[in-house]
Design a protein around this ligand. Structure first.
Ligand code: AMP
Ligand code: MG
Length: 407
């Protein structure tokens, strides 16, 4: 089997291309109660059921009046009051008149602005506008339909629903929404040294943490994890374990993809008719990552080192899962920060180093966490992001701008 080793950019591009193709096939859809749809993906758009706002809405507590009247500096006569939930039933407001109005109330016909309560004085039913205070027609009013027209798309199909979408859907009367079914993602950890989490390992054994990190990441990615029993480092056993994942939309294997004598995952996949799309990426951690397609589904062979597993999931598996779930623009997500300290490394690989990011409003700061390499879960557990070191960079200075891979 030929090695297909890509740069990070090439591998990311390959994933995006496959994700795009997946997006042309729509997953099955189901109805979900509005709140249960948080973080799920819309299968049908949310449409405005009426103009928003449905009436010219006052954005201030104050007095509805005519802008033209304010230029004369003459006091106005207050002819009534409107609170949110009221509607003006009298004749349209005329020149020289004002109606007291609260935020959210419909501006009465005849008025074209709202002067703020802070800018007036009231004596009995006479309104004195502060000297020199003038308004443009339309000030402090949102015209009906200015936010959205009846029937317009508030959120298109393919949107992963955030709190703001839930609010907008509620405003449009959606007690339920139509979302795509969550993809089912199988997790197959391999390794003779692995014991279940509730076992006491012998000195030379380790607990299977990757099935847990992957299940957690799959859940955060909006999919359903299906944890398969751990497979030993045996080609035939791995083959039959892979077969048991055939009902899933994607298969994630962990371990057994390096060059070691007992790394049998690629042979097992090959025997089952896998097409290999790439067999490594010039990244650290995660160099031996494998991506390909079995007759029944896509698969990733993720390196077993726990931090490699998590990083390669974020970089490659998560965007594919997003597409399998119908999400139009999945991850990975990057942001910029300033490096808090100098940094030196060897060029050649794109590095994703566990870091603590201080997400301040003006200048987020990133501190790379000292670690023992890609097996160091304890250090990585103190990180809240990964600093990206481009493959052609060998040194960075404190204050330099760096990309952050967000978790
Ligand atoms: P491998 O990719 O199989 O060569 O494994 C690389 C390293 O990751 C070894 O130290 C393994 O013990 C460790 N490892 C492999 N699978 C897991 C797992 N499921 N949970 C935790 N560590 C693992
Ligand atoms: Mg192994």
């Amino acid at each position: 089997m030929p090695d297909i080793i890509l740069t990070y950019a090439e591998a990311a591009d390959v994933i995006q291309r496959h994700a795009k193709t997946l997006l042309t096939r729509k997953p099955t859809a189901e109805q979900a109660p509005l709140l249960a749809s948080l973080r799920r993906v819309l299968a049908e758009p949310i449409l405005a059921d009426r103009d928003q706002p449905p009436f010219p809405r006052s954005t201030r507590d104050g007095f509805a009046c005519r802008a033209n009247d304010l230029s004369t500096a003459k006091p106005l006569r207050i002819i009534g009051q409107l609170k949110a939930g009221d509607v003006w039933k009298g004749v349209p407001l005329a020149s020289g008149q004002a109606i007291e109005i609260m935020t959210g109330a419909p501006v009465p016909a005849g008025a074209d602005c709202v002067v703020m309560i802070e800018h007036v004085k009231v004596r009995d039913d006479v309104l004195f506008i502060d000297p020199g205070r003038t308004l443009e027609p339309g000030e402090n009013i949102v015209p009906s339909g200015a936010e959205a027209r009846s029937g317009s798309i508030i959120a298109p199909a393919g949107t992963r629903l955030a709190a703001s979408h839930i609010a907008a859907a509620a405003a449009c009367g959606y007690a339920t929404v139509i979302v795509y079914s969550r993809p089912r993602v199988a997790i197959l950890a391999t390794g003779d040294e692995l014991v279940p989490v509730d076992h006491t390992p012998l000195t030379h054994q380790i607990r299977n943490s990757n099935s847990y990190s992957l299940a957690a990441q799959i859940t955060l990615a909006g999919a359903q994890p299906v944890i398969l029993p751990v497979a030993p480092d045996d080609e035939t056993e791995i083959e039959s374990a892979i077969g048991s994942a055939s009902g899933c939309d994607l298969l994630l294997l962990s371990g057994g993809v390096s060059m070691g004598k007992y790394d049998f995952v690629e042979q097992a996949l090959l025997a089952l008719g896998a097409e290999f799309i790439f067999t490594g990426a010039k990244i650290q951690p995660g160099r031996p990552v494998v991506f390909g397609k079995l007759p029944q589904q896509y698969f990733f062979g993720l390196p077993g080192n726990p931090v490699s597993t998590m990083v390669t999931f974020l970089l490659f598996a998560q965007p594919l899962i997003a597409a399998l779930g119908g999400e139009a623009s999945g991850g990975p997500r990057f942001a910029l920060a300033r490096l808090a300290h100098d940094y030196r490394t060897k060029p050649g690989l794109t590095r994703f180093l566990p870091a603590h990011i201080d997400f301040t409003i003006d200048s987020p700061q990133a501190t790379i966490i000292p670690w023992q390499g890609s097996g160091d879960l304890a250090s990585t557990a103190t990180a809240n992001g990964f600093v990206v070191i481009p493959s052609n960079v060998d040194s960075l200075a404190a204050g330099d701008s760096v990309s952050i891979l967000l978790t």
